[in-house]
Structures are given as structure tokens and as C-alpha cells.
Write a protein that binds this ligand. Structure first.
Ligand SMILES: Nc1ncnc2c1ncn2[C@@H]1O[C@H](COP(=O)(O)OP(=O)(O)O)[C@@H](O)[C@H]1O
Ligand SMILES: Nc1ccn([C@@H]2O[C@H](COP(=O)(O)OP(=O)(O)O)[C@@H](O)[C@H]2O)c(=O)n1
Ligand SMILES: [Mg+2]
Length: 226
């Protein structure tokens, strides 16, 4: 069975992003795994612009948009908002920015998000940062988050964990099969997690790296071509 590409985009409409073609890194992981925290660090060190899908959806509610009530209901239930809504918000934020590289945090959250984004933008992520964290630790962090979020209560947290396992992991598995996933042990303290993140973003040898391929096509190591 194929993944549904959302009906609102089946008219073949292309996103403006298919022209701008920014560099994109998807930042994924369960609720409370530390995506937002680490994105703030990455922005400071590596010049990306951080776009949190959840923050964009919450801003849309606050703006009094016609979709506000629907988004609010979905978030309160830990459900995933239809892709055309979230993609439009991401598209607007990217097009309004002068930057050409973005951390997209908390998107794609299911296969429908992923397939629709790919179909309308043609963008393939540079890589996918995956914060792997135990549910026990994520629950502890969310219950201490204190940002007044409607979904940071134990009832909705449980629903969000279920959605993560049943829908979001499929996206990580998909990108893993393409060799795009950079998995980080996110159970550790913030500074230690960031050390691992830095290693992913830091190009070896100032970026001038080529891979040496041996006679049977296996990658045997990195060499620098000056
Ligand atoms: N490595 C960490 N160790 C302990 N607490 C953390 C860590 N990373 C983030 N936090 C805290 O946990 C909560 C959730 O982090 P956040 O970055 O909002 O996660 P996410 O965006 O994945 O839901 C926040 O209160 C944050 O300060
Ligand atoms: N791609 C997305 C991202 C978030 N959301 C909604 O927004 C909620 C909060 O997302 P978030 O990324 O801010 O949550 P955290 O993982 O940061 O805790 C999710 O539980 C979904 O209800 C969505 O519907 N689609
Ligand atoms: Mg977050």
C-alpha cells in the first residue's frame, strides 16, 4: 500500500520551495527528546535558521487563523495536523527568510507529511538528525518543561508517545534505509548531546572531503583533495 499524498496537493501544485530549493536538515525524535534545545545550539554554531513545526502551528492558533480551532484540537489530542497546513507554514517561513539553510524540527511526523513535502517541494534533506531518547526520560522532561503547553500533561503525553511509535518512527526508518539518519543518544545531559551533534555538523578536513572507493566499490575511508 502506498503512502497517501494529501488530496489538497494532488492538483500538481508545486511549492515555491521547489524553486528556492533550500538546504534542509530534518530534526526528529520523540516529544521531549531535546529537539528544540539542540536546534538553538546548532543555530548559534552553524548558521542555520530553526523552524519548529509545533511552534509554527501554535503561532497559527494565536494569530486567530481560520484553522486555529482545528489545530488546537489536534494538538490537544496529540494528533498530527494535515500536511497542507503545516507545509504552508514552513513554506512561508522559509520564503520570508534570507537564509538558505534550515533546521526543520518536528517535521515530517508521519509518512503523509514526508511524502507530501517531497512531492510538492522536491526537497530531499541533507540528513536527518534523530534524537533517540527513552520514554521515561522524555516524560520526565516534558512534565518539567513548564511552557504552559496544552499537550504537556500526562494524558496527552501518552498519546503523543503512541503516535511517535506508530507514525513517526516510520519516517526515521524510511530515511535510515536511504542512509540519511544520524542517530544521537539523547538520554545524556544537554552539553554531551551537543558534542555528538557538533560532530555530525562539522565537516571533516574543512569540507574538502572525498571518499576513497576501493576496487569493489566499498568506501574505505575519507581522503582530502586540496
Ligand atoms: N539533554 C537534556 N537533559 C535534560 N533536560 C533536557 C535535555 N534536553 C532538553 N531538556 C529539557 O527537556 C525539555 C524538553 O526539551 P525540548 O528541547 O523542548 O524537546 P523537544 O523539542 O524534543 O520536545 C525542556 O524543558 C528542556 O530544557
Ligand atoms: N509536523 C507536525 C508537528 C507538530 N504537530 C503537532 O504539534 C504538536 C507539538 O509538536 P512539537 O514538535 O512542538 O512537540 P515536541 O516534540 O517539541 O514536544 C504535536 O504533538 C502535533 O499535535 C503536527 O501536527 N505536525
Ligand atoms: Mg519542541
Amino acid at each position: 500500500m502506498g503512502t497517501i499524498v494529501h488530496a489538497a496537493y494532488t492538483d500538481g501544485r508545486k511549492s515555491a520551495l521547489s524553486v528556492k530549493k533550500p538546504k534542509v536538515v530534518f530534526v526528529l525524535g520523540g516529544p521531549g527528546s531535546g529537539k528544540g534545545t539542540q536546534c538553538a545550539n546548532i543555530v548559534e554554531h552553524f548558521g542555520y535558521t530553526h523552524l519548529s513545526a509545533g511552534d509554527l502551528l501554535r503561532a497559527e492558533i494565536s494569530s486567530g487563523s481560520e484553522n486555529g480551532t482545528m489545530i488546537q484540537n489536534m494538538i490537544s489530542e496529540g494528533k498530527i495536523v494535515p500536511p497542507e497546513v503545516t507545509i504552508k507554514l514552513l513554506e512561508k517561513a522559509i520564503m520570508e527568510s534570507a537564509n538558505d539553510k534550515f533546521l526543520i524540527d518536528g517535521f515530517p511526523r508521519n509518512e503523509e507529511n514526508r511524502a507530501t513535502f517531497e512531492a510538492v517541494t522536491g526537497i530531499v534533506p541533507e540528513f536527518v538528525l534523530f534524537f533517540d531518547c527513552s520514554e521515561e526520560e522524555m516524560e520526565r522532561r516534558i512534565l518539567n518543561r513548564n511552557q504552559g503547553r496544552v499537550d504537556d500533561n500526562i494524558n496527552t503525553i501518552r498519546k503523543r508517545f503512541k503516535v511517535f511509535v506508530e507514525s513517526s518512527l516510520a519516517v526515521i526508518n524510511y530515511y535510515n534505509s536511504k542512509g540519511k539518519v544520524r542517530k544521537i543518544d539523547a538520554d545524556k545531559p544537554v552539553a554531551e548531546v551537543f558534542e555528538a551533534v557538533k560532530a555530525v555538523f562539522t565537516p571533516v578536513n574543512g569540507g574538502k572531503v572525498n571518499f576513497c572507493i576501493d576496487m569493489v566499490g566499498c568506501c574505505v575511508g575519507a581522503i582530502q583533495l586540496s
